[in-house]
Ligand binder design. Structure first.
Ligand code: SF4
Ligand code: SF4
Length: 391
């Protein structure tokens, strides 16, 4: 299972980075200066913050809005916040939001058209060009991988998603190397984490204990290096690099879940009539939660409306889900009318046919679909049941 490096994209010269590669060290004041430098260069800074009992991604003005001393406890169908006594700013796993919220918006105007007396409806503007340049702070390795998956879907091939492209173009990515995987995480199984090795402008590893609170900074692009020139820092020493490696090693050894991913696309393709599909269908509510929280799911529908005077038409794209009847409706009815068929489509697309389509898995092991499923369906458990030898 591979995820392509995004070294050749227009929005930044990202490169593979190793920890010994000119890493820097900053303290909390340095992190605050980094936020200010991003703001002064015209970026809107989006970072984790606490709202409604969850860690969400939102616009922030400074590091005081980060979830200091907060962690999360995640299990199938369960999420709650808790406190930690070390004041860590990134001491939690991923929450219900992903960066797709900003890059592939839940609703976007594709085009507007005005009625012209002689020419009929004439397009008046093409969509809504993004005016905002984002700096995403706190992007986890699985999320860097998820963005690269959506890059393949929306930017490669003959049809480019213009709204996505305009938002992705220029987005500044600051990864945070995971130190606290969640109870539903399995990025190690999907080879997407817990360390991000490329696809970022900067990557931070938080080092925090009773005596110190610092961040090892890996520079992944020229513009990442340029912005660090305005941030007080010193070269990271070998003990800092060792401590950063230990953070990632510890995270890798504490995954909440595992999933057998070797040969999975081919094996699943042979299990389309397995009785486990009926079993999971008896529990699944077809609620669509798993697809909405998933950072790679991209299904959408298109709706055309006119205003009351009938002189303006708007085409809008909205997130959709393979769990809705309308999504597979063609003349005469829905192709996937049963929950069994919908769940099977979702899981086999993620883990099998996505590879045929895009050359990567559609799953990066973030665990969101497990945590936010109201009945706690766990795709790692479903895959294990599907692959288990017959009695
Ligand atoms: S299928 Fe589930 S675990 Fe995989 S990327 Fe989507 S939400 Fe994350
Ligand atoms: S698997 Fe869970 S989250 Fe997904 S549609 Fe079924 S009940 Fe909803």
């Amino acid at each position: 299972m591979t995820f392509g490096p995004c070294c050749d994209v227009a929005w930044g010269i990202h490169r593979d980075v190793t920890l010994s590669d000119g890493a820097l060290l900053i303290d909390r004041r340095g992190l605050e200066t980094l936020f200010q430098a991003l703001g002064s260069q015209g970026y809107t800074v989006i970072a984790p913050t606490v709202r409604d009992g969850a860690i969400v991604y939102d616009e922030v003005d400074g590091i005081e809005e980060l979830p200091a001393g907060v962690t999360d406890i995640q299990q199938p169908g369960s999420y709650r916040l808790s406190t930690r006594d070390d004041g860590a700013l990134f001491g939690y796993a991923v929450g219900p939001h992903s960066w797709k919220k900003y890059l592939f918006r839940s609703e976007a105007v594709v085009f507007r058209a005005r009625l012209d007396a002689e020419r009929g409806f004439v397009p008046s503007e093409a969509g809504e060009p993004a005016a905002t340049r984002y700096a995403f702070v706190g992007v986890r390795a699985c999320e860097v991988a998820a963005i690269e998956v959506q890059d393949r879907v929306f930017l490669e091939g003959s049809h480019r998603e213009r709204d996505y492209e305009s938002r992705r173009d220029g987005a500044f990515v600051i990864a945070v190397q995971c130190g606290e995987p969640g109870g539903t995480c399995f990025c190690v199984s999907m080879h997407t984490g817990p360390r991000a090795e490329s696809g970022f402008d900067l990557a931070l590893t938080e080092l925090v204990d009773a005596q110190l609170h610092e961040f090892v900074v890996e520079v992944g692009s020229a513009r990442g290096g340029a912005i660090m020139a305005s941030v007080p820092s010193r070269p990271a020493q070998s003990r800092d690099l060792g401590a950063a490696r230990a953070v990632s090693d510890r995270a890798a050894s504490r995954m909440g879940r595992t999933m057998e991913s070797d040969g999975l696309p081919q094996r699943l393709a042979e299990l389309l009539e397995h009785p486990q599909w009926d079993d999971v269908a008896s529990r699944c509510l077809s609620c669509t939660n798993c697809t909405l929280v998933c950072p790679t799911c991209f299904c959408s529908s298109v709706e055309d409306t006119t205003d009351l005077t009938g002189t303006e038409a708007i085409r809008t794209r909205r997130w959709d889900s393979c769990f809705t009847l309308d999504h597979s409706y063609i003349h005469g009815g829905s192709v996937r009318a049963s929950t069994r068929d919908q769940y099977r489509q979702w899981l086999t697309h993620k883990l099998s046919t996505w590879v045929d389509q895009f050359g990567t898995s559609g799953c990066v092991g973030c665990g969101r679909c497990i945590t936010w499923c109201p009945v706690g369906i766990d795709l790692t458990a479903e895959v294990a049941a599907l692959l288990a030898p017959a009695d």
